[in-house]
Write a protein that binds this ligand. Structure first.
Ligand SMILES: NC(=[NH2+])NCCC[C@H](N)C(=O)O
Length: 401
């Protein structure tokens, strides 16, 4: 099957999810802020919610791939295994002695156990229980800490890679708690038999870009939010690369507030139809875009800022990009935006998956003719991400004419 995505709403055929597991059980009141969770999720219930999400997708003939399983399979490739172990050892906190010990520990693990440590991390006392734990660094480490940090935000597969046509952008994540995630997505796309040979449009280590900020408005048209995560330099680099490979002709760069509530563009705006978005009403009128176009030599040419809807419609070649007017009062809008009401996953034009708790937003979507597949997310949502954040589309059919 050809892996290919060139819109936000074309019928979804294959998607990458991550079923949350032991890495969520690492969250405590001491570390949840730095690990970017707003609470301490009930792991079993989060798994049930996630399974129901996956089932809803399978029920619509969508193939669900799991990151954990792909990771285990990828570890069968010796080069991938070496890269992934190196990724876990790259943490400068370790120092030589502890790094050698952790290396010895990881190298003797079979693939499933190693995948477990790469996702859930290795706690201080686990290394001692395994017979390690000598040297200065280990002795001075907080016994509540990790020698390999857990990656609870792997749940949000949207951010660590994103597809543009047949190319995959392995992103460059902003937050320290998430950076190692892309050693995993990169290894999967480079070495897993299913993905070998996929061209990489972007790579970790480049200027910051996160997948939650990248929207494929139409074939050849990207919107890239710049704010808390993706930087203007990241948007420029992504645009330049997409232009050179002729994957896009226009990239709309959209500044968003640098704060947690609007950490990614997809927390305030997602597409639900070929010409419609659901957007956080409190900023619908203020959002602007800088249209960056491919110049004759492939170099980016930057236009003046324009209202987002105007710039988007022009780039997409349509008369108007409709906002589904959620018509909510500012307080309800703010509450439901925080709970990812605007973070819908379109699985076809006019069909989206949304958290059930955002009662008002969902009612307005239905009123506008959008089918809403509701999923529970009381536990999943504690990481501040909705259905779009928790999914990385790998195959979408072309939008039906
Ligand atoms: N595409 C998204 N909106 N992703 C949400 C990611 C949430 C995650 N806890 C973080 O702070 O990074």
């Amino acid at each position: 099957m050809t892996h290919y995505v060139d819109s936000e709403v074309g019928p979804l055929r294959t998607v990458l999810l991550h079923r949350p597991g032991a890495e969520l059980a690492r969250l405590t009141p001491r570390n949840n802020d730095s690990l970017l969770f707003d609470g301490i999720p009930w792991v079993g219930r989060a798994q049930e919610e996630h399974d129901a999400f996956a089932e809803a997708l399978r029920g619509r003939d969508i193939e669900v791939l799991y990151l954990g399983q792909l990771l285990t399979e990828t570890l069968a490739v010796p080069r991938a295994r070496a890269e992934l172990i190196a990724g876990a050892l790259a943490d400068p906190r370790l120092g030589d002695t502890l790094r050698d010990e952790v290396a010895d520990h990881l190298e003797q693990l079979a693939a499933p156990e190693l995948a477990g440590v790469l996702t859930a991390g290795l706690a201080w006392e686990e290394l001692r229980a395994a017979g390690g734990g000598r040297g200065l660094v280990y002795s001075l480490m907080d016994p509540h800490s990790f020698v390999v940090d857990p990656l609870p935000n792997l749940l949000f597969t949207r951010d660590s890679s994103t597809w543009v046509r047949g190319h995959v952008a392995v992103t460059s994540l902003a937050m320290p708690a998430r950076r190692r995630e892309t050693t995993i997505t990169r290894a999967i796309y480079r070495h897993h038999p299913r993905f070998v040979g996929t061209p990489l449009l972007y790579e970790p280590g480049l200027e910051l870009v996160e997948g939650g900020d990248v929207l494929l408005l139409a074939p050849g048209v990207l919107a890239v939010g710049v704010g808390e995560r993706t930087t203007p330099a990241g948007a420029e680099r992504l645009a330049r690369r997409a232009f050179l490979r002729e994957l896009a002709h226009t990239v709309l760069v959209v500044p968003i507030a640098q704060q947690r509530a609007t950490m990614h563009l997809d927390t305030v705006c997602t597409m639900v139809d070929v010409d419609a978005v659901v957007m956080y009403p409190n900023l619908a009128d203020d959002l602007v875009a800088y249209a960056v176009r491919r110049g004759g030599d492939g170099e980016p040419v930057v236009g003046k800022p324009e209202p987002f809807l105007v710039a988007a419609a022009a780039a997409m070649g349509i008369d108007r990009l409709r906002i589904i007017d959620t018509g909510l009062d500012p307080v309800t809008a703010e509450r439901e935006q925080w709970d990812d009401g605007n973070n819908t996953l379109a699985i076809a034009p006019k069909v989206c998956v949304a958290y059930e708790r955002n009662v008002e937003t969902n009612a307005q979507l239905e009123h506008a003719g959008i089918e809403v597949i509701r999923i529970a997310g009381s536990e999943l949502g504690s990481g501040r991400g909705g259905p779009r954040c928790m999914s990385c589309p790998i195959v979408r059919e072309a939008v039906p004419a």
